[in-house]
Design a protein around this ligand. Structure first.
Ligand SMILES: Nc1ncnc2c1ncn2[C@@H]1O[C@H](COP(=O)(O)OP(=O)(O)O)[C@@H](O)[C@H]1O
Ligand SMILES: [Mg+2]
Length: 322
């Protein structure tokens, strides 16, 4: 049984004051910061510490209590449950917010797989299709699709990785190979792996009453072999809908940050300039959704990481410190 909202909300409220904005783990060398993760490079491993930062429109909007932990633990769950499809970078999960991984040479593309036509951002398939873009992402799509309709078959809509602070740029599979970004042979492998991962994700999500609508994979090369890196099927890299809210009206409820995107849109923010601060009530609501997703998918009760966070982070990572 998933933990009830009534039981979770007070726990989440308590953690509003404990949100992880930045970490500074001693002995691991200099930290670099992605939008969501703090990255350390002690020796030849990569230590990814998932903070509570939330990003949308390719920028950091604020923090959501316990989000980093949910993200990291969900990624760990999915890495384990996809290891038969493709190797992954995970070496160790020494703390609920931390993954220690092997360093890869990342492919310069983000591999987005979509089973439905949806989205509100400029790169989303629905936005492009509704605006009449011809062959968005190089795809042949049937006429007359409605927003949130399933696609005839899952499709890949790749983007090239943006420089810091820039938006990702839509590309096509043909362009990736033609430009030499990825060899034709390697891309064939990427495509097969990405579609198999999505299929697996969709099946496990369905058993949890969720629809894995679309998702983004990052892949890299380690020792010459294709390897899944970063995170997989988390609510940050994926869009989930509640299956029982998806009907002929095509207005499904989201379990993910589509909620914050919609809220921003409703207050008139479209991605330019500083974003309005996220109200506590929305932060709690989002945290609840993240935790419920975790419990539904893993079938496990969520247990918040012990406090104080800094002390436990340092202790868990002491074997990597010098
Ligand atoms: N095994 C790996 N090898 C190299 N880079 C990785 C690996 N796993 C994740 N990364 C990179 O680490 C960073 C993780 O931080 P994150 O906050 O997710 O960054 P971003 O702002 O790019 O989303 C990303 O740039 C991701 O590409
Ligand atoms: Mg990322």
């Amino acid at each position: 049984m998933p933990t009830s909202a009534d039981a979770l909300v007070p726990v989440i409220r308590e953690r509003l004051a404990q949100r992880i904005l930045h970490t500074d783990v001693p002995g691991l060398g200099p930290v670099t910061r992605g939008k969501v993760r703090d990255i350390y490079r002690p020796g030849d491993v990569r230590v990814l510490v998932a903070s509570d930062r939330i990003s949308a429109f390719d920028r950091v909007l604020g923090t959501i209590p316990l989000k980093g932990q949910v993200l990291n633990q969900l990624a760990a769950f999915w890495f384990k449950n996809t290891a038969d499809i493709v190797e992954n970078h995970v070496l160790d999960v020494p703390h609920p917010n931390v993954t220690v991984c092997r360093e890869a040479q990342p492919l310069p593309v983000e591999v987005v797989v979509r089973g439905y036509i949806t989205g509100v951002t400029s790169t989303s398939l629905w936005t492009q299709y509704a605006a009449g873009v011809e062959r968005p992402y190089g795809l042949d799509l049937p006429a007359g699709l409605r927003k949130n309709d399933p696609l005839p078959a899952p499709v890949i809509t790749p983007t090239t990785k943006a420089e810091h602070g820039e938006h990702d740029v839509p590309t096509t599979e043909a362009e990736i190979v033609a430009s030499g970004m990825v060899s034709a042979e390697r891309w064939k492998e990427v495509r097969e792996v990405a579609l198999a991962l999505y299929e697996r994700g969709r099946t496990i999500a369905a058993q949890a009453g969720l629809i894995l609508v679309d998702t983004k994979y990052e892949l890299g090369i380690i020792d010459g072999r294709l390897t899944l890196i970063d995170e997989v099927h988390t609510p940050d890299s994926s869009r989930y809908w509640l299956a029982d809210s998806y009907d002929e009206h095509r207005t499904p409820k989201s379990l993910d940050k589509e909620h914050v995107r919609s809220w921003l849109k409703s207050v008139g923010y479209t991605g330019d300039g500083p974003s309005p601060p996220i109200p506590d009530a929305l932060a709690v609501e989002l945290s609840l959704r993240y935790i419920q997703a975790y419990e539904q998918l893993t079938g496990r009760a969520f247990e918040p990481a012990p406090l104080p966070i800094d002390t436990h982070l340092a202790r868990s990572l002491s074997t990597y410190a010098s």
